[in-house]
Design a protein around this ligand. Structure first.
Ligand code: FE2
Length: 425
């Protein structure tokens, strides 16, 4: 006797009329016309069932703080960093916890069940670290939160940051972060990458650095990151986040860089909503888009994910934990409008970040965790087009969120009254 059968599912790979059998929080069967008894049965009605959304890059210590203590008027990255510096002394642990938990509620409702969040370690009190470690435990039953020790003000530039970062790792933060382009010089940036990668290798941890979040084509820390990832045998465990300077680099140099990133097994995390908002701010016209070279990285065999980065914080006043909105923006900015390319954008917010985070038991197959999202869409492309409603979110076999289908009711001349339509085709 199974706990639950979800019948009539369409899967992201195009398989239709699939029944998913769930027992003890795991998928035990995934096939057409499943013959089995179950305590509960739900009908997917031919709609898309996906593994949960995964956000590879977020800042949960600053989320939902928009307007505190003031709004970022220029909209630039640097004013955002300065504003965060103003807010930091006023932060309380309770306020960070309250906002993070509120965000996790939004995430669950949107089928976003795993988030890698950077947490600022340039505060000797490590207030945000303590708060988010607490949140990680609180949300564990329904959301996997992975934390990155992120020296926002530069691990070499900010006094004491090396020690604070090590202390955060000792406290249980999962991943080593960095921000080489914010160090005082390119040389110090490179030195920070070396020190941080060696620390990660020593401790057996993953690495995820804010890397080259700049329009300066000379910002080439990704080259150093790839070099040390390979030298230290960290292949498959290192990610470069943002990499926006690649947008502006010389094509010849990029033709050397892409295979280097691939050889080093370094993943790339673009943050489309934020990159398109913050980059190109020093340009007049033509104004650069600023997102890294996503199609070219994919073609070179590099793992690429899209992250949300910010929601209602000093850098970005919008967002709602909707990874389909992120994929939608990524698709547009990268001009990935072909059918296969659009599907890759869906993977960039599901399976690709799951691999980058090293999530265990993720996916739609027998033996995987029964974590699923039922979308009001027939396929991944329609899901992106509609930023589809999450009709149902299942965590370990339990329904944890529901949202009513998005429909509109029309009253038009010559038509029947109260005609209900959806935007699906
Ligand atoms: Fe970030």
């Amino acid at each position: 006797m199974l706990d639950l059968i979800l019948r009539g599912c369409t899967l992201p790979d195009g398989r239709r009329d699939i029944d998913i059998g769930i027992e003890s929080g795991r998928i035990v069967a995934l096939q057409p016309a499943l013959q089995a008894q179950s305590a509960h049965t739900l009908d997917a009605g031919g709609q898309l069932v996906s593994p949960p959304f995964v956000d590879a890059h977020f800042h949960m210590d600053s989320t939902l703080s928009y307007g505190l203590p003031r709004v970022n008027e220029s909209g630039t990255l640097l004013e955002g960093i300065a504003l965060w510096g103003e807010l930091k002394p006023q932060l309380t642990q309770d306020a960070i916890v309250e906002r993070a938990l509120a965000y996790c509620d939004w995430a669950v409702a949107k089928g976003l069940l795993a988030i890698r969040s950077h947490v600022d370690v340039c505060d000797p009190r490590l207030l945000a670290v303590e708060a988010l470690l607490h949140v990680r435990e609180r949300v564990k039953p329904y959301l996997e939160l992975q934390l990155v020790a992120f020296p926002q003000d530069g691990v070499l530039r900010s006094p004491g940051a090396k020690e604070h970062l090590k202390r955060a790792l000792d406290m249980g933060v999962d991943v080593v972060g960095g921000i080489p382009h914010f160090e005082r010089t390119a040389g110090e940036g490179a030195e920070s990458v070396k020190w941080l990668c060696e620390l990660a290798a020593e401790r057996g941890l993953r690495v995820d650095m804010h890397c080259d979040e700049s329009d300066d084509p000379q910002s080439r820390h990704i080259e150093t990151l790839a070099f040390h990832a390979q030298r230290l045998g960290l292949q498959g465990r290192v990610a470069g986040s943002h990499l926006t300077s690649m947008h502006s680099m010389d094509n010849y140099y990029v033709s050397k860089l892409l295979p280097l990133i691939r050889e080093a097994g370094v993943a790339a995390i673009a943050n489309p909503l934020i990159n398109i908002t913050l980059q190109g701010r020093h340009d007049s016209y033509p104004r650069r888009r600023g997102m890294t070279r996503v199609p070219e990285l994919l073609a070179a065999g590099v793992e690429v994910a899209f992250g949300h980065d910010c929601v209602m914080d000093p850098w970005y006043g919008l967002g709602s934990a909707d990874m389909l909105e992120v994929a939608h923006m990524g698709l547009h900015v990268a001009q990935m409008t072909g059918q296969a390319a659009m599907r890759r954008c869906f993977e960039a917010v599901t399976s690709a970040p799951a691999r980058i985070l090293g999530l265990q038991g993720y996916g739609l197959e027998a033996g995987a965790r029964a974590d699923l999202v039922l979308l009001q869409a027939r396929d991944p492309v329609e899901a992106i087009r509609l930023r589809a409603t999450r009709l149902m979110v299942v965590k370990a076999g339990q329904v944890v969120a529901r949202t009513p289908a998005a429909t509109a009711v029309l009253n038009l001349p010559g038509r029947r009254p109260n005609e209900e339509i959806s935007f699906q085709r």
